[in-house]
Design a protein around this ligand. Structure first.
Ligand code: C2E
Ligand code: CA
Ligand code: CA
Length: 693
């Protein structure tokens, strides 16, 4: 068992350099001696071997856009970089394997004769930014095109003025409702009213359109011939530059037709279209059938497989990659299971197996381990190497349940035991879990009263200069909850709860308020340990008002914005990017700093790091643990530091527990540190005494 845990650790860290999201090259004597997967992908190659041993300026067109020879110019730049301590950045035209040129931003730093280069594809970064300023593209040339699209779409479209008088409808509107434009122009939308929804429904609908700008839902309407039909309607307000509503647009799909087709399709299909596996509905039937026809006393298991981070893959690499990955995963799972098992795609990224006649715990664990191992081998999808981890939940017939639904639900429930920081991946359902879930419900409830009952407090953990650990240059605010029923609850438990229930919004604002007050207290005493870092959850950043609220709190307390630093995590990349970036940019303008917490444990791309305009990177504790024994970790930490320097980011190493780690980090050029070696998180009074000595 021990060796197994070690092995999975090792597997994870072998590809750590590849976790670094941007293309990076390690160069000695002008030749690339190491690089990561992103570095291969950016050039359209398949393997690192094709890049290692070459010179980057040879992977270029013969001439650069200014007419100079790529080789001459490249050699000169490398010579300069080697002779300089400073970071060098420049733009360069490269050539991909397929012969196409692409412009790139290059940043190079020199660390004792070894050059570290980071490369970004400018087109890609621009594209990312472009997504957010889509409005810029809606120039006049495109208007006639949009009109054509609206005219011809199969969905009904209606545009009204702010009083709800119809101005324009498209052909599909006419087909679905029977009304033509001359018949409805200038009339109110209530000509379609079916009488099925009451006035309260409409009031709420319009209330939401006015407040949130959009509403969607199912609604019953009446066509010109008196027939009732159900539609899926989305109403949005159209606003001008001054944010004043000028029109409303309603878009709707006729659901009556769709429902009929869907039902027919479901009857025809027992299979999931993407993977060809049995779909959820049919799988449920198969399990129930097996329960009825099984041999007497036969025990069997239901295995629930959940793919970790699938959502992130979909949102950062695109759905077509996600789809291909699911197909490959299903192929591998099929290879592992035996004839007496049935595999189904249960939903999005979830697979479920009915494993007939396997009831003994050791047999199920054996099978589950084989399944995990088969997925753990890297996937190569469109030149992208993906390292996937899965978690498995298991329930057993008849002990845990006697019908398909219960068994599958409990197999999924077992996954509840998965704890982000542990390596354990196989979980059996037990009644304890149901009890624990109940307990979490109770806890979530108590959490809503924690602040008003004065159960919350903020601790501070010093952040210090790695070169001189006595020099405390800031602190991180860490929330503590002491509850009369549950005792001290770890933030790793209650923060995720608060995120799920939405309560994090209030808790987050409260923490910020406490931090502001504390900063003022410390200022009065003449202590200058700033900035204070405050952890922010993605759920907070997804609120449109977040930026405004933070500024209000800071201003109300008279705190300088640059005394506060907000820590975000790589999870932001899979959140609502448009809102998040808007919030971050607003706060940045105001003078607040940002750091990327737990760096290296999630997914992000360089384009996004650029987009977030970070100031610091915090290297996660898992890289610092065992740093001195694992050379892969050392390489990774060194390259993170070098890359961060080239991106003008300060590096903070988290979880420093020994003086050996500290020394190592100092020599690797890491500027700041945090960890039990210097201090645990402490209540503010105890920090005071630390500053005295
Ligand atoms: P984090 O942001 O990664 O915080 C660092 C965690 O590492 C803290 O755990 C800290 O006590 C611990 N730590 C620091 N140095 C060492 C060390 O040398 N050794 C070891 N073993 N641990 C060390 P804590 O306070 O339990 O916080 C856990 C997590 O809860 C935080 O992880 C953060 O993600 C979240 N959290 C805490 N307070 C807040 C908050 O106010 N808002 C939000 N949104 N999240 C918070
Ligand atoms: Ca943190
Ligand atoms: Ca952290």
């Amino acid at each position: 068992m021990v060796t197994k845990t070690y092995k999975s650790h090792k597997n994870r860290h072998e590809n750590l350099l590849d976790l670094f999201p941007c293309a990076l090259y390690v160069i000695r004597d002008t030749v690339v001696i190491d690089c990561n997967n992103a570095a291969v992908k950016i050039f359209g190659y398949e393997s690192k071997k094709e890049i290692i041993g070459r010179r980057l300026y040879e992977l270029s067109p013969e001439k650069q856009p200014d007419g100079s020879s790529s080789i001459d110019k490249g050699e000169k730049i490398f010579k300069n970089a080697l002779g300089s301590e400073d970071k060098i950045s420049f733009r360069w035209m490269h050539k991909r394997k397929d012969g196409n040129d692409f412009p790139a931003d290059i940043r190079i730093v020199n660390e004792n004769g070894t050059l570290y280069a980071v490369m970004t594809d400018i087109n890609e970064t621009e594209q990312l930014k472009g997504q957010l300023t889509e409005k810029d593209y809606l120039n006049k040339d495109l208007m006639p095109v949009f009109k054509k699209i609206l005219e011809n779409t199969s969905e009904g479209v209606v545009i009204t003025d702010t009083d709800g008088h119809i101005q324009w409808i498209n052909t599909a509107f006419n087909k679905i409702t029977g009304y033509s434009l001359p018949e409805v122009k200038g009339r109110k939308m209530n000509i379609l009213k079916s009488g099925i929804q009451d006035q309260h429904f409409y009031n709420e609908m319009w209330e939401q359109v006015k407040n949130k700008g959009t509403w969607s839902g199912e609604i019953w309407n009446k066509a010109e011939n008196g027939e009732l039909y159900s539609e899926w309607l989305t109403i949005s307000s159209i606003k001008d530059e001054e944010n004043k509503t000028t029109h409303y647009v309603g878009i709707f799909k006729d659901l009556s037709e769709k429902k009929k087709i869907d039902r027919r399709m479901a009857e025809l299909q027992q299979k999931d279209l993407l993977t060809g596996l049995y779909n959820r509905g049919h799988f449920l039937q198969l399990v129930d059938k097996h329960i009825k026809t099984r041999k007497d006393n036969e025990r069997f298991s239901v295995i629930f497989i959940d793919i970790e981070g699938f959502r992130e893959i979909n949102s950062s690499l695109g759905h077509h990659i996600g789809d291909k990955l699911l197909i490959e995963i299903s192929k591998r799972l099929l290879l592992v299971i035996k004839d007496n098992s049935i595999l189904s795609r249960y939903s999005g990224d979830e697979f479920v197996i009915l494993s007939k006649s396997i009831g003994e715990e050791t047999d199920v664990v054996n099978l589950a381990e084989k399944l995990l191992e088969s997925i753990r081998q890297p996937f190569m999808i469109e030149n992208t190497v993906l390292n996937i981890e899965t978690n498995i939940g298991i329930s057993r017939f008849p002990d845990d349940g006697r019908d398909a639904e219960t068994l599958i639900r409990y197999a999924e429930t077992a996954l509840y035991k998965k704890n982000g920081r542990s390596e354990k991946r196989i979980f059996f359902y037990s009644e304890d879990i149901s009890r624990e879930i109940e307990e979490r419900f109770r806890m979530a409830n108590l959490l809503t009263m924690a602040i008003s009952n004065s159960e919350m407090s903020v601790y501070y953990q010093p952040i210090f200069d790695v070169g001189n650990p006595k020099n405390i240059v800031g602190a991180e605010a860490l929330l503590r909850w002491d509850n009369p029923v549950f005792g001290r609850v770890s933030p790793d438990v209650f923060i995720p709860l608060a995120e799920k229930t939405g309560h994090i919004k209030y808790i987050g604002e409260w923490v910020l308020e406490q931090v502001c007050k504390q900063i003022n207290l410390w200022k009065q005493k003449g202590y200058g340990i700033f900035p204070i870092a405050v952890n922010i959850s993605v759920e907070q950043l997804e609120h449109a008002e977040f930026c405004k609220r933070v500024m209000e709190i800071i201003e109300k307390n008279n705190v300088k914005p640059d005394n506060i630093e907000l820590e975000i995590t790589e999870r932001v990349s899979s959140g609502d990017l448009a809102t998040i970036v808007k919030n971050l940019k607003g706060l940045k303008k105001y003078g607040i700093k940002f750091s990327m917490d737990d760096f290296g444990t999630g997914f992000s791309s360089l384009g996004q790091i650029d987009l977030f305009e970070l100031d610091k990177l915090k290297i996660d504790k898992i890289f610092i643990d065992g740093l001195l024994n694992v050379s892969k970790k050392q390489n990774l930490v060194k390259s993170i530091i070098a890359m961060a320097k080239s991106l003008n980011l300060t590096v903070v190493a988290e979880g420093i527990e020994t003086s050996e780690q500290l020394l190592y980090l100092k020599e690797a050029g890491c500027q700041l540190g945090q960890g039990y070696l210097v201090s645990r998180p402490l209540p503010p009074e105890e920090i005071d005494s630390l500053l005295h000595t």
